[in-house]
Write a protein that binds this ligand. Sequence first.
Ligand SMILES: Nc1nc2c(ncn2[C@@H]2O[C@H](COP(=O)(O)OP(=O)(O)O)[C@@H](O)[C@H]2O)c(=O)[nH]1
Ligand SMILES: [Mg+2]
Length: 392
Amino acid sequence: MNDGCEASSTGRVPNSSRRMSSLEEQIAEVEEEIRSTAYNKATQLHIGRLKAKLAVLRLERETRAKGKGGGVGYAVRKSGHATVGLVGYPSVGKSTLLNRLTAADSETGAYDFTTVSIIPGMLRWGGASIQILDMPGLVPGAAKGRGRGREVLSVVRSVDLVMFLIDPEHRDLRALVRELEGAGVRINDRPPRIVITHSDRGGLTVSSTVRLTHLAGGLALPIAREFGLHNGLIVFREDATADQLIDALAGNRVYVQALIVVNKAELLTPEERTQLSWELRQHEPLFVSAKEGVGLDALVDRLGHALRFIRIYVKPPGRPPDREEPVILREGDDIAALLRRLPGDLSRSFRAAQVWGRSARFPGQTVGRDHLLSDEDVVTVVVARGSTRPVA
Ligand SMILES: Nc1nc2c(ncn2[C@@H]2O[C@H](COP(=O)(O)OP(=O)(O)O)[C@@H](O)[C@H]2O)c(=O)[nH]1
Ligand SMILES: [Mg+2]
């Protein structure tokens, strides 16, 4: 069952392995220099540049890993109304939890790396179905390709929510988060309010709508240059840090919600549990025992709420809305998302929609595809050829 765990880290083709290792060496060097440089006013610029350089090297690593292609990565078919990824060290109980929560049958065991592929399971919450992905354990160095790290990380980039699972023995949440960050995943965060425009000439201009404190004194320019941005405009709409600017320049960051779950909670003494709650207080952790089935209802409920589902009642023209079977969407979804969920190819024949409910300015407002919906809205879809056709 250990098959293939290390496959991606060896890369036996001599040429590419030499190239990879020199890139890895460069990355390691820059990482080490950042670690060993004390941060202060005098080193601020230097560190900003190093971080930018590191981000560029990591982008290069990703590009090369993709280029190798040939069946690298897991094929995971997303289904359900939302997808949740279980992320944690080996043996914390990810597979046990998946089996408990869903009808899936993922192999579990008292040894590391029991799970070498990604196993999906489906969970019902209200009218919504939530897909849970059990993944091989993450180990430090995953972004470099250790374990099945890189593949796991690429799946993490596509989920709607990450469920971090830790246990009394493996509780270093920060290392897990760092591993994800190294792969361009940002946890419980939002994209920085920075607008970057490229142009062919004219040099690089920085402007801001707020006072910059972190990147005062032209600090943004050398960072942008590390990314090869020499002409264009950077507009700051918030007092961003060097890390945020780097994220905006890299442009491939994903922002994912996360939930922290402590498994094997029955092994903790009350004192240990209090201590761990305190350490993790900013994440509002949930304590469960997958083995004994404790705390799982609360977990499912937190998950359901965190995913912010909304229910949309479709109303055929001249008839009452279907309140029995709402269409499940998520907060931030628009009419276009609703059309994708309805049977038939409505996106082509769509002409307009009428909306009643919280998102409508007045009952029966006529809206277009980009209208944002709210929970319990009633919607009538109007299709082309001048006729309103009953849908769903
Ligand atoms: N004591 C205790 N053991 C658990 C619990 N959940 C899982 N385990 C055990 O932990 C070991 C690893 O579980 P597994 O689900 O394979 O972990 P994974 O590697 O994270 O998928 C197995 O021996 C499980 O029986 C729990 O809540 N309490
Ligand atoms: Mg497992």
